[in-house]
Design a protein around this ligand. Structure first.
Ligand SMILES: C[S@@+](CC[C@H](N)C(=O)[O-])C[C@H]1O[C@@H](n2cnc3c(N)ncnc32)[C@H](O)[C@@H]1O
Length: 236
């Protein structure tokens, strides 16, 4: 074979090799992406199962205060978060965050984690919350003592109070005191957001001084739930 033909052949082979190299790199990147996605999904499923197990354990140990056998589903959590304006200023208080599904939805909706004040009574849930939301302020304590626990801690009035507490298990006087304490910590017009599995409203609909609105019933939750939003309308 004459020399120019050999050189042209070599150039062709060189080009083919470079093309192969580029293709190989692209395929490797695609495989790495798929592996990462798979790992993320597997970790997500693992975390979900862990949370379910911890919740059931907590429900067996303290059924009344846990108030549910499973954490809130994504649709319920997102519905709760929708009532909080992520562009508002001031802390966002969450009562009874449990393993954090509503906390996740708040962060996903754009609430800066450093604005979150998580008030949870169960120490096992507090450990999970501390690991998952290191920037949030975590308070282990009784939400019904919110005024004493948060009054000095909050440097500004809260933009919202979001509650996953099993309110319906408490006498009405305690529920009313809780919502009044919450309003005293919030800016005027800020929402107190509460979900309930009960058909009845967690607080009487015709409460003096408060406006009330409710979401559709969320059937895609176990058990189905509804979100209630209360805002103070009186001048206090
Ligand atoms: C129905 S679970 C909701 C958990 C979570 N927000 C969710 O949606 O999956 C009620 C949560 O409120 C907490 N809790 C119950 N009573 C409380 C109280 N007095 N103070 C603070 N947290 C309380 C429970 O430990 C539990 O995490």
């Amino acid at each position: 074979m004459p020399l120019p033909a050999i050189q042209s052949f070599e150039r062709k082979i060189g080009r083919q090799l470079r093309l192969l190299e580029v293709r190989k790199t692209l395929i490797e990147r695609k495989i790495e992406r798929q592996i990462r996605l798979f790992e993320q999904k597997r970790d997500g499923i693992g975390r979900k199962i862990d949370d379910e197990v911890r919740f059931i354990r907590s429900w067996i140990e303290r059924p009344l205060s846990t108030g549910a056998v499973t954490p809130s589903g994504k649709i319920l959590a997102r519905t709760m978060a929708r009532y909080v304006d992520p562009d508002s200023s001031g802390p966002v208080v969450e009562l009874g965050p449990g393993t954090g599904p509503i906390t996740d939805a708040l962060v996903e909706a754009g609430v800066d984690p450093s604005r979150l004040v998580l008030l949870e009574s169960n120490p096992a849930f507090c450990r999970i919350l501390h690991a998952r939301y290191p920037e949030a302020t975590l308070v282990q304590g009784d939400a019904y003592s919110m005024r004493r626990l948060l009054d000095v801690m909050l440097l500004h009035p809260a933009a919202a109070v979001v509650s996953g507490l099993p309110l319906i298990t408490k006498p009405i006087t305690m529920r009313l005191r809780l919502i009044r304490d919450a309003f005293d910590l919030m800016v005027p017009g800020a929402p107190f957001v509460q979900f309930t599995y009960s058909v009845a409203a967690p607080l009487p609909k015709r409460l003096g001084g408060f406006s009330v609105e409710a979401s559709e019933r969320i059937w895609m939750n176990i058990p189905p739930a509804r979100v209630w939003v209360y805002r103070r309308t009186d001048a206090r």
